[in-house]
Design a protein around this ligand. Structure first.
Ligand code: NAD
Length: 504
């Protein structure tokens, strides 16, 4: 039997096998010598074996090639979502001499970066320019994904209006990435989400919608039509200048051992320590445990703060004293309510998922209840404080100090200050705000304030100065001296003795 050239072209063994299957004569008389010797079935098995060896060889060379490129810092890194997480990560890889391309659907961000500018306060334009000098580029064109070796997804994971996980950013990213996937890439999801997202949501889209019939590598069963997938949560603490980003251990859960190995090599080139867990879901759950731990403990101290206020005790003094215990106590501090992208949001990803397993996460629900009530507690305390000055909140001039969700950062997301301003306005107060990080507060997903930052002087003109965020820049002594009344939700005025201060 002569196999035609178009079938053997490129040594495409599956085509050759098909050809043998379809064209093999029933009698072996006309077969070539090898086929006569072994028969068509044996020949087919031999060819299958050769094909398997070749593809395994190719797959293992894809694996060692990618690992080699990572280790020699030649691997092309694509970071999708250039926000508070993605942009610093892109800069870290760029500093370590990796060629980095950032992807974002927000063209304004892409343009700002292209012009050497920054839109995140703590990242200077000089850092962007230096990264650009090392080859960092930003684009909104997903076709460049094909050239990447590692693709890291850092897109938002908010809650929708019904307080349920909104995975649309992850699914949109997956739909956009899939057509440009090629064999031998690694895809890592960093967005915080419920256990199961990587395997149940991300991978199915990538597998279904890529053009080359690729599948995610599972159980190390390597073929040349595979890509690797892992989940590795982000652990950034905005505003924390004590712990360098590189010193924060990086948790990694690969879909199989090879994915973990590549991801560990990849993250190991910028983080001092990598911590491997058994699966993407275990890594997803690790991140949620960390955030739920914070959320529940903050709720505990918020509740105890309200009790202490009734008992005329200072909760901050008590926490500081308890924190001197050298073991078994970790200090958490009360405040006007939870803020940021993570703590008010992430725990509810788990409570939503838990329902699928007939399970109610009571601690998360209770903590949510206590924390959500805190801005209302601040309003009640402000009303009480004004009342003692024989004033009503309705018509009172109130200056809200600090709108960022925590001190010394430029992040407004889920900030309790936004709820507090809305509640004050609803009660008829004339509200102004000051925040060195926000000259203007316009419109967000859940608010539309259109307010301009008030100057930091003439505090005596306000009926009440309400401290919501304890930025380090504020001169609290001067504020207390000039103000008629100070309501302090952060213990920012600690050490200052004055009848004008009301802690809440
Ligand atoms: N900010 C933090 O401190 C922090 C800490 C730990 C974990 N996280 C998690 O990291 C993830 C990202 O958070 P963030 O704070 O960086 O969010 P962010 O809103 O600051 O940035 C997200 C970026 O993704 C872009 N984006 C959205 N959809 C996109 C798409 N389809 N393709 C390309 N770009 C897209 C947005 O334009 C934005 O620039 C979230 O899951 C968050 O929970 C955040």
């Amino acid at each position: 039997m002569l196999i035609p050239a178009h079938v053997t072209k490129g040594i495409n063994i599956p085509s050759i096998l098909d050809y043998i299957r379809n064209h093999c004569p029933k009698s072996t008389a006309k077969m070539p010598f090898v086929s006569r010797l072994f028969g068509p079935a044996a020949l087919a098995s031999m060819l299958k074996f050769v094909w398997k060896c070749m593809t395994t060889q190719l797959a293992s060379s894809l694996f060692s090639e990618l690992k080699g490129r990572v280790e020699s810092r030649k691997a092309k890194v694509g970071i999708i979502g250039l926000g508070y997480v993605g942009l610093p990560l892109a800069l870290l890889y760029s500093e370590q001499k990796f060629p980095v391309t950032g992807f974002d659907i927000d063209q304004r961000k892409v343009n700002t970066l292209a012009n050497g500018g920054s839109y995140i306060f703590r990242i200077s334009p000089e850092e962007i320019q230096s990264a650009k000098g090392s080859g960092f580029t930003a684009t909104s064109d997903y076709s460049a994904i094909t050239q990447m070796d590692a693709i890291i997804i850092c897109v938002p994971t908010p809650l929708n209006e019904y307080h349920e996980p909104d995975l649309s950013y992850i699914t949109n990213t997956a739909h956009a990435v899939a057509p440009h996937l090629r064999a031998g890439q690694i895809v890592v999801l960093e967005s915080t989400t419920y256990p199961g997202t990587t395997e149940e949501v991300l991978i199915p889209i990538l597998e279904k919608e890529n053009r080359a019939g690729l599948t995610a590598s599972r159980n190390g069963a390597a073929t040349d039509k595979q890509f690797w997938v892992a989940f590795s949560p982000e652990r950034e603490d905005p505003g924390n200048t004590q712990v360098a980003r590189q010193d924060i251990p990086k948790v990694i859960g690969g879909l199989d051992a090879q994915a973990s190995e590549i991801a560990a090599a990849f993250y190991g080139s910028i983080f001092r320590r990598t911590v491997l867990v058994s699966s993407p879901a275990a890594a997803e759950m690790t991140k949620l445990l960390e955030n739920i731990y914070r959320c529940v403990n903050i709720a505990l101290v918020n509740e105890l703060k309200m009790l202490c206020l009734r008992m005329n005790l200072n909760i901050w003094e008590i926490i500081d004293a308890a924190a001197t215990k050298p073991f078994g106590f970790h200090a958490f501090y009360p405040g006007p309510g939870l803020g940021g992208h993570c703590i008010p949001v992430d725990p509810f990803y788990l409570s939503w998922k838990a329902k699928e397993f007939d399970f109610r996460t009571k601690f998360i629900e209770l903590a949510g209840e206590v924390n959500v009530a805190m801005p209302y507690h601040v309003i009640a305390a402000t009303i009480g404080a004004l009342n003692r000055h024989k004033k009503a909140l309705n018509g009172a001039k109130v200056l809200v100090l600090g709108v960022a969700y925590k001190k010394d950062i430029d992040d407004l997301r889920e900030s309790p200050a936004l709820t507090i301003i809305e509640l004050l306005q609803k009660e008829g107060a004339q509200v102004s705000y000051n925040d060195p990080y926000f000259p203007f507060v316009g419109r967000g997903r859940k608010y539309d304030l259109q307010m301009k930052c008030a100057p930091l002087d003439n505090f005596g003109q306000y009926d009440c100065v309400l401290i919501v965020t304890d930025h380090s820049d504020y001169d609290y002594k001067k504020i207390v001296n000039q103000a008629q009344l100070v309501v302090d939700s952060r213990n920012a005025t600690r050490g200052i003795k004055s009848e004008k201060i009301v802690h809440c």
